[in-house]
Every structure is written in C-alpha cells, then in structure tokens.
Design a binder for this molecule. Structure first.
Ligand code: C6P
Length: 415
C-alpha cells in the first residue's frame, strides 16, 4: 500500500526537523524508535532543552521578589514568556494568561474560582460525551459542592458532537459549557466558535480544553470567543509541569484567587489580606520559571516552522495512516469525524489493545493503548480500550508504514 501512494511535496522539511529532536535517534528493542504517542506527550527539540539549561545557567533567581540583577532578569524573561503565549493564542493582553501546571490545573482553577462563585444548586453544567477525565471530574466535583447538575451532550457514531442535541441541553440554568477543542481519544475537532455562540446566547460561559488543539492547529481565543482556554506545554514540544490558562480579563478580574501564598498577595496582615492584580492573583508561590523559558522556546520553535505547515503535515500523515490502517483486516477505526487532528484510534477485532501495544513496542513503535483517560468515550463505543497512534510534526510516512508492518505482525502472532 505504502509503495503505491505518491508522497506529496511536503511543506515541512521533516528530516531537518527530526535532527532537532535528540530523543528521536533512540533505539528501542534494537529498532529505530517510531514515536507515535504524541497526544500523551510530545518530544522536545534541542532549542527547548537548551532554553531550560540556559535559564538555570544564566538567569535563575526568584521572580517578582528581588531588586537584584538576576531577579530582575528572571522576572523579565518570565513575563516575556507570558507575552509570547498571549500572542500565540491571540489573547488581547498578556495579563489574560495565567501560568498553571497544565491543562488539568487550568480547568480546576476555573471550576474552583469562577464555578464556586457563580454556580448554585439547580444550575447546570454542560460537557460533551468526548471529554477527557480532566474536563469531567472537576465539573462533577463542582456539582457535588454546589448541587448543580452535570449534563452531557451526546456524540454520533463518527465521534462528532450532535449539535442539535447540544443546543437542546442549553437553557438559562446553564452556567458553564466545558468542551474539548480536539478530542484526545477520537481526534474530533469541535466547532468551538459556533458552539460558544450557542452557549453565550443562553448566558453560559465557555471553558475550552485546548490540550490537543494548541499543538496541532492555529488557535485564536478571541475569534473562538472562549471565556477560558486551557492547555499544556508538554504536548506542544515544551516541558512538563507548565501550562497556561487564558481567561477574559473581565472574568479574571472578578474571580477570587485559586490558591493562597506568596506572590498572589498585595498586602497581608493577620486581620486581612489584599490580593495582587491579575494574573499574579492566580499564581501563588514560586512558579516554574525554567518551564516558562522552555514553553517560550517551544512556541518560537513552532512559529519558526509555521503552525499552518505543522497542521498540513500532520493532516497528510493522518489521512495516509487512516487509509493504510483501514485497509488491514479486522480493523475498526474509532473516531471518523469529518474534522480531525492528529489522532488515529482503532481496535483489532479479537486482539486486546494492550497486546497490540506490546507487540508494536517490540518493533520499536510507541503507541498508547487503553482508555486514554476518556472512559465515557470507550463506553459510548462499547469497547474497553483502543490503540492510539498520534502524530507530531517530526513523524513521517515511513513511520506510518512501520506501524502498518507492525500491525501485520500482530496478525501473524495471533493467527
Ligand atoms: N491527555 C493523553 O494521552 P495534562 O495532563 O493536564 O497535561 O492534560 C490533561 C488532558 C486534558 N485534556 C485532554 C483533551 C487531554 O488529552 C489531556 C491529556 C493525555 O491523551 C494524557 S491522559
């Protein structure tokens, strides 16, 4: 199959890009590593690794606290990182970006601050049936604490949100609509702008889980009209332990703090504490300055290639892989939405995904198997788990061919 499909002129120079990622030269079980687990976490280019080392070698000090040279420098670099993130997602101003540990923390922050302030017994929170646990559990916890009700917008067999059913769930009791921009289990890209308009018409705020979108497609939070948008650096070539939450300025201003501690205060006495201004009000304690240096470098790296070129390259890989894997016997693709990004989930009739993952691993191919922290998605399809291949800008058609050969090997083993 692979030999007969002409390789298109790809917009990105993949070999040059691959040379930027030291880990891609790893041998796994005697094979060249084929890393197709990018939805779990992407690999890091040398410039990101170097930015973290450089931060510690030449700029490390605690920020917003010292008058000395290094503290000033570290603060400037940290705030430059914030400005870079803001430009990347087209926030109106840098102060609309709150640094978090990642997508999960950003969603919990909104649930515990905006949610606790505005959601009451009898109110409703709408999520979709394709959410990651990070975009279900914080809302369930909020419902448990307030007496609000969680409502779930269904998906069709292709893994697309059923927009009419979603619209029917919205009413004046809906306070929050929380949804993934891109599903990690299905790859579905949700029409966030249109869904946000429907939610806003009922007075709800819209919280977007952007974990699987920001690494793969251009995101413009103002165009989407998202009220909050949360994402993680480690899925977009940046380091672990750092992420960002975009929030509209007016909402952030009106919200109470999330955690108490240093840096989030303006003044403290035993009688009363006044809080720092936004976004610092939401960043208690010493933040991950090295992580921000790495995230900034990751964004610069993505911009250097061009997000649209990254998207086009990954789209080509996804189409190529979908065709090749579908052509194999006994395969069921889970998630066949018209709009997809990066993710190919599938099952093989009589073989457990974990066995497939183990055999592929022996061939040096890294995929994720399991429920992908989206158990309700598995339930929707009546399966315990899938095999998931997920692509990044450094993946190649040759790696897809290796995946297909690996899947043929699975057949041989289970014949
Ligand atoms: N999904 C995956 O293999 P954190 O862990 O906070 O960086 O991201 C959580 C998260 C939230 N939403 C979506 C849509 C996600 O995909 C993830 C992380 C990984 O699919 C790890 S479970």
């Amino acid at each position: 199959m692979s030999a007969s499909v002409a390789v298109p002129e790809t917009a990105v120079d993949v070999e040059k890009i691959r040379a930027d990622f030291p880990i891609l030269h790893t041998q796994a079980h005697g094979h060249n590593l084929v890393y197709l687990d990018n939805a779990a976490t992407s690999q890091k280019p040398r410039v990101v690794i170097d930015a973290i080392v450089r931060y510690y070698e030449s700029a490390n000090a605690n920020i917003h606290r010292g008058v000395h040279y290094l503290s000033q420098l570290a603060t400037e670099e940290f705030e430059a990182g914030r400005a870079t993130v803001a430009r990347f997602v087209n926030a109106a101003k840098a102060s609309e970006i709150v640094f978090t540990r990642g997508t999960t923390e950003g969603i919990n922050l909104v649930a515990q601050t905006w949610g606790r302030t505005h959601v009451r017994a009898g109110d409703e929170i709408v999520v979709t049936a394709m959410e990651h646990h990070s975009d279900i559990v914080p809302w369930q916890m909020l419902c448990g604490a307030t007496g609000a009700k969680l409502r779930v917008a269904p998906i069709n067999d292709r893994g697309e949100l059923i927009v009419e059913e979603f619209a029917k769930l919205l009413n004046p009791k809906t306070k929050i609509v929380a949804l993934a921009h891109v599903s990690n289990a299905l790859g579905t890209v949700n029409p966030v702008k249109m869904l946000a308009a429907l939610a806003h018409a009922q007075g709800a705020i819209v919280v977007v889980d952007g974990a699987q979108a920001v690494p793969h497609i251009a995101v413009d939070v103002q165009d989407l009209d998202a009220d909050f948008y949360s994402f993680s650096a480690h899925k977009m070539y940046g380091p672990t332990g750092i992420g960002a939450l975009y929030g509209k300025a007016a909402l952030l201003e009106a919200m109470p703090p999330y955690q108490g501690g240093g840096d989030m205060i303006s003044s403290v006495t035993f009688e009363k504490t006044t809080f720092n201004k936004v976004p610092h009000k939401f960043e208690a304690g010493t933040p991950d300055m090295a992580g921000v240096a790495g995230l900034k470098a990751a964004i610069e790296y993505m911009n250097g290639i061009g997000v649209d070129k990254i998207a086009a390259h990954e789209h080509d890989l996804l189409e190529y892989a979908t065709e090749a894997v579908s052509a194999l016997p006994s395969i069921r693709i889970i998630g066949t939405a018209a709009e997809k990004a990066s993710v190919l989930s599938f099952t093989v009739d009589d073989v457990h995904p974990h066995d497939i993952g183990t055999i592929l691993d022996q061939e040096g191919i890294a995929v994720r198997t399991g429920h992908h922290c989206a158990q309700p998605v598995m339930e929707r399809y009546g399966i315990p788990a899938t095999v998931r291949a997920s692509f990044a800008v450094y993946n190649t058609r040759a790696e897809v061919d290796a995946l297909v050969r690996g899947l043929r090997r699975v057949r041989e083993v289970f014949a």
